[in-house]
Design a protein around this ligand. Structure first.
Ligand code: NAD
Length: 502
């Protein structure tokens, strides 16, 4: 039986070899709206190893002719996909808002980021350059050329379900790889629409294969499958470490975009209102569920009291509400699991001596009883050794720390296992540039929040925040290719560097 998507039942299927196909087992899972858990959005298959084997066979079959297609022709399909996405932006954003919980306006940004990546990547297709070099020998030509890797497995996160899927899949495709995409189990419908768009754009059968299912089942099986040459992953550092172990054990390539514990540093010369704005939206928008969310504010003692007063006032004015209410400043957490996890962090922090300046509890009554809503929370009296200062919470929780110098703020920032993004608010140009040298983070901002990335600029972190390649930018395209080193000898004799030197 083949089902694409039954609009009444909203039953979804996998996409393998250009066909919408049911999974091998009857196991399924429900996709629910985190703003209102009474709403079941669809039923998705829990794919098993047999489904993965079929997808790998299909991808390997499609790979040679996709690889052989000139990159500029592959780009035409991505341009077409971008145009379809543009024409359906609002519809796609509404799907994302329902299954992810963010507002439609917020989800429009997610879709736009995907569109931008399609155009950027397609435009780079004619600039997929190698290098030429003068050989150490006479009459010899030396150059490099890039080739695809093979079959790439893509495992994503739910927080930007369209953007992250596009940021990985488009570069992988433009380089000529075949792809197996595992949808994220909290946002599988976005992956369905993404795949449908590429099908409509004319992507040949088998080049993109979509599997729905659970990370611990189908995700892990992908990392261990010998038919998959590379895993590109966005998710937690805990799962990232498992994937690294599985992939490096069989020498598969990896690119891991992982968690963050990002800080804003506010110096005594900063524009305090601007800094407060930056901290509030970095810490609390989409309930702090960004890898680049602001988890820590490190504030100079001279402006500390003013900053704290304004932060508390602003946090308490934030409107917490469902994704379908355009006036919501803060939307729900993605799942019960995440809701319990965040409350657990707050509780343990309090037991260790942290004090709650505001928030710290779930919201109750009305729509709040139907979703996963937590009040924006600010904690002080925290020390660098506390779990709340070292772990990524992935919720609307901010710690505040007082420092007496720039040097102390940098030391406190760097005393953390993560290094994704960091921000400094200051008017001192010398401190701004010193910050770039001193701070242990992959993305650094001056006078801006800890988030905001552009498709042509590399994105990724150091320490526990990532491994392998940067995403986006030119490097994000190169990540999905291998270099070949090529020599042409036109001397008409057998020569090599070693012989010549002897
Ligand atoms: P997660 O690691 O639990 O899940 C992410 C993905 O991994 C999901 O698709 C899941 O199905 C899959 N997965 C789970 N267990 C697996 C396993 N054993 N083998 C293979 N795949 C498995 O992450 P999460 O908590 O759902 O997502 C939030 C995390 O993602 C945060 O840590 C956040 O910082 C991170 N993130 C990072 C970036 C970035 O670019 N650095 C962007 C967005 C989110």
């Amino acid at each position: 039986m083949k089902t694409e998507c039954n609009p009444d039942l909203k039953i979804f299927s996998n996409y393998i070899g250009g066909t919408w196909i049911n999974a091998s087992s009857q196991k399924v899972f429900e996709n629910i709206n985190p703003s209102d858990t009474d709403e079941i959005l669809g039923i998705f298959p829990r794919s098993q190893k047999e489904d993965l084997d079929t997808a790998v066979t299909s991808a390997r079959k499609a790979y040679p002719s996709w690889k052989a297609m000139p990159p500029a022709d592959r780009a035409k399909i991505l341009y077409q996909a971008a145009k379809i996405m543009e024409s359906r932006k609002k519809e796609l954003a509404t799907v994302i808002s329902k299954e992810n919980g963010k507002t439609v306006a917020g989800a429009m940004g997610d879709v736009q980021s995907g569109i931008d990546m399609a155009y950027y990547v397609a435009g780079e297709a004619r600039r997929w350059f190698g290098n030429t070099a003068h050989s150490g020998l006479r009459k010899r030509f030396a150059m490099t050329k890039r080739y695809p890797i093979g079959v790439v497995g893509i495992i994503t996160s739910w927080n930007f379900p369209m953007a992250i899927t596009c940021w990985k899949t488009f570069p992988a495709l433009i380089c000529g790889n075949a792809v197996i995409l595992k949808s994220e189990e909290n946002t599988p419908e976005t992956a369905y629409h993404f795949t449908k768009i590429l099908e409509e754009a004319g992507l040949p059968a088998g080049v993109l294969n979509l599997l729905h299912g659970f990370g611990v089942e189908i995700g892990e099986a992908m990392t261990l499958h010998e038919g998959i040459d590379m895993i590109s992953f966005t998710g937690s550092s805990t799962v990232g470490k498992l994937i690294a172990k599985n992939c490096t054990g069989r020498l598969a390539k990896i690119s891991l975009e992982l968690g963050g514990k990002n800080a804003v540093i506010v110096m005594d010369d900063a524009d305090v209102d601007l800094a407060v704005d930056g901290i509030i939206c970095g810490a609390f928008s989409i309930s702090g569920q960004r890898c680049t969310a602001t988890g820590r504010a490190i504030i100079h003692e001279k402006i500390y009291d003013e900053c704290i007063e304004k932060l508390i006032a602003r946090a308490e004015r934030q409107k917490v509400g469902p994704g379908n209410d355009a006036s919501s400043d803060i939307t729900p957490l993605i799942s019960k699991k995440q809701f319990d996890r965040v409350l657990g962090y707050i509780e343990r922090a309090k037991q260790m001596g942290a004090k709650t300046l505001t928030g710290g509890q779930p919201l109750r009554g009305g729509i709040y009883d139907k979703g996963f809503y937590i009040a924006p929370t600010i904690l002080d009296s925290v020390t660098p050794d506390m779990e709340i200062m070292r772990d990524e919470v992935f919720g609307p929780v901010l710690t505040v720390s007082k420092v007496s110098s720039y040097e102390q703020s940098v030391a406190l920032h760097n005393d953390c296992p993560y290094g994704l993004s960091a921000s400094l608010f200051t008017k001192d140009i010398n401190k701004a540039f010193a910050f770039f040298d001193d701070i242990e983070a992959g993305v650094c901002y001056i006078n801006a929040p800890t988030f905001g990335s552009e498709p042509h600029m590399p994105f990724g972190g150091v320490k526990n925040s990532g491994l392998g390649y940067r995403e986006a930018g030119w490097g994000g395209i190169e990540a999905f290719s291998e270099i070949k080193t090529l020599y042409v000898d036109y001397s008409a004799k057998i020569q090599n560097v070693q012989f010549e030197k002897n």
